[in-house]
Design a binder for this molecule. Structure first.
Ligand SMILES: NC(=O)C1=CN([C@@H]2O[C@H](COP(=O)(O)OP(=O)(O)OC[C@H]3O[C@@H](n4cnc5c(N)ncnc54)[C@H](O)[C@@H]3O)[C@@H](O)[C@H]2O)C=CC1
Ligand SMILES: O=C(O)CCC(=O)C(=O)O
Length: 450
């Protein structure tokens, strides 16, 4: 494990105060020992040192004017991490917590996730420390246009293809696409998650949530079970959470709790998903409003969360789907889930479980699908959108969904077979990391020192 401590201490020198990034690197490097020991040519080619250093990091000022005429300044990022397998691909996050550490951890994860899909896409990520909450439509548009005024010179359908993430959905992608077209005069597949009327793919909006549930189904099938009748906790109430809940209902399971940045909603008889869509996709308001229609449901505000954890993971359920944000499931949450009989965790969010929680799940022997495997259906469907754009085609919802189902199955098989090959059956963290690493590292070696 010498290479692990050496790498982390070098990163602490060269990229200070990037805790989420160190966490993501450590999680991957911990599991690579068997493959690095077996093949010393990875060390000879300095693959680890090259992998942890982004190919390019772009940081820029995003000035814009709010509705009162005040000038606001945000910080924008695009980290083009690794292009060994294809054009950089990964979402944009607009959230006040965004900083270089968060974008780098997300970009690093994206390299491995994209490799696992088996598709020709490299890894990148971007965003801004902009808070869309409470902003008018016109303010969102001006921000997106200003963000694109810098980003457009770095992206292109064969170089870097951004998409959505927290705070960036079809509306924001639309405003950014419009500005890109205006600046370049080109109508091309430079972003994914586009509107269905103008180049978007059917099922991209649903893909991450659906894929996370398909992945859970593959994990359950391996235990001789399926989703029918399972009671589920789904954190978040955004794009990923909503479509995870939709697919759970379609496959016979019942989501009983979800959450947003204001608190946790619990409804024992099963959540009213059409009301949640109305509150979140149309009105963009707090889940608290759910109680107006369902006074028997419970809403626990974040001020009443247990210390060192989150209320949502304290309810009794069979399956857990963290679909909000990183480190939203702590070791204490993991202990509570397992002691309440939870047998599976499938991550819709990136790095949702803390390192301690991951170790706890693996020791407890429950099924655990790490984000880079379990939520890869989203980026895979983005690649299907790129393929449709490049060939000027539009496939049906069923065609795309069918490919998504197959891709998630292939990812599951790749991760689980690799785990078995390295003597750790069922450890999808190790399996996913090694399977992805080999693909990226071998491509880097074949392309020389670049
Ligand atoms: N949108 C996509 O296609 C993909 C998203 N993801 C990951 O899924 C997660 C959710 O993303 P989306 O649903 O797209 O975003 P979103 O903006 O549609 O929804 C995010 C949800 O998480 C909650 N949330 C965000 N930050 C929070 C915080 N600090 N504390 C508590 N709640 C918080 C929000 O209230 C909201 O309900 C993120 O981790 C993202 O990186 C992963 C793969 C693809
Ligand atoms: O669809 C994409 O290109 C990226 C999605 C994403 O950001 C992710 O997988 O975390």
């Amino acid at each position: 494990m010498n290479y692990l401590s050496t790498t982390i201490s070098q990163l602490k020198q060269s990229s200070p105060a990037q805790t989420e990034f160190y966490q993501a690197v450590e999680e991957v490097l911990r599991t690579l020992e068997p493959v690095l020991e077996k093949n010393n040519y990875y060390a000879k080619h300095s693959i680890i040192q090259r992998l942890v250093e982004p190919e390019r990091q772009i940081m820029f000022r995003v000035p814009w004017q709010d509705d009162s005429g005040n000038i606001q300044i945000n910080k924008g990022y695009r980290i083009e991490f690794n292009s060994a397998l294809g054009p950089y691909k990964g979402g944009l996050r607009f959230h006040p917590s965004v900083n270089a550490s968060i974008i780098k951890f997300l970009g690093f994860e994206q390299i491995f996730k994209n490799a696992l899909t088996g598709l020709p896409i490299g890894g990148g990520k971007g965003g801004a420390n902009f808070d869309p909450k409470g902003r008018s439509d016109a303010e969102i548009m001006r921000f997106c246009q200003s963000f694109m005024n810098e980003l457009y010179r770095h992206i292109g359908p064969n170089t870097d293809v951004p998409a959505g993430d927290i705070g960036v959905g079809a509306r924001e992608i639309g405003y950014m696409f419009g500005q890109y077209k205006r600046l370049t005069g080109k109508y091309e597949g430079v972003l994914t998650g586009k509107g269905l009327l103008w180049g978007g793919s059917y099922a991209r909006k649903e893909a991450t949530g659906y894929g996370t549930v398909y992945f859970a189904d593959h994990m359950l099938n391996a235990r001789g079970e399926n989703l029918q009748g399972q009671r589920c906790l789904v954190s978040g109430a955004g794009n990923v959470a909503i479509y995870a809940m939709e697919k759970l209902y379609q496959l016979g399971a019942t989501p009983i709790a979800c959450s947003d940045s204001t608190g946790t909603l619990y409804h024992a008889q099963g959540l009213d998903l059409s009301l949640i869509k109305e509150l979140k996709e149309k009105e963009r308001t707090s889940l608290l409003r759910y109680l107006n229609s369902h006074p028997r449901a419970q809403f626990i505000p974040i001020s009443e969360y247990p210390s060192g954890g989150h209320t949502i993971w304290r309810y009794k359920a069979d399956l857990a789907f963290p679909c909000a944000t990183q480190n939203e499931l702590t070791t204490r949450d993991a202990e509570a889930l397992v002691s309440n009989g939870c047998k599976l965790v499938s991550e819709g969010a990136n790095m949702a479980a803390s390192q301690g929680a991951v170790e706890y799940f693996l020791k407890a022997g429950i099924s655990y699908g790490p984000g880079k495997a379990a939520n890869a259906g989203g980026v895979a469907t983005s690649q299907l959108e790129m393929a449709q754009n490049a060939s000027m085609q539009k496939w049906t919802f069923e065609q795309v969904d069918c490919q998504l189902l197959q891709i998630t199955k292939d990812i599951y098989l790749r991760a689980s077979e690799t785990a078995r090959e390295f003597g750790a059956p069922g450890n999808l963290v190790l399996g996913a990391n090694i399977a992805a690493f080999r693909r990226v590292a071998d491509a880097m070696i074949e392309q020389g020192v670049v």
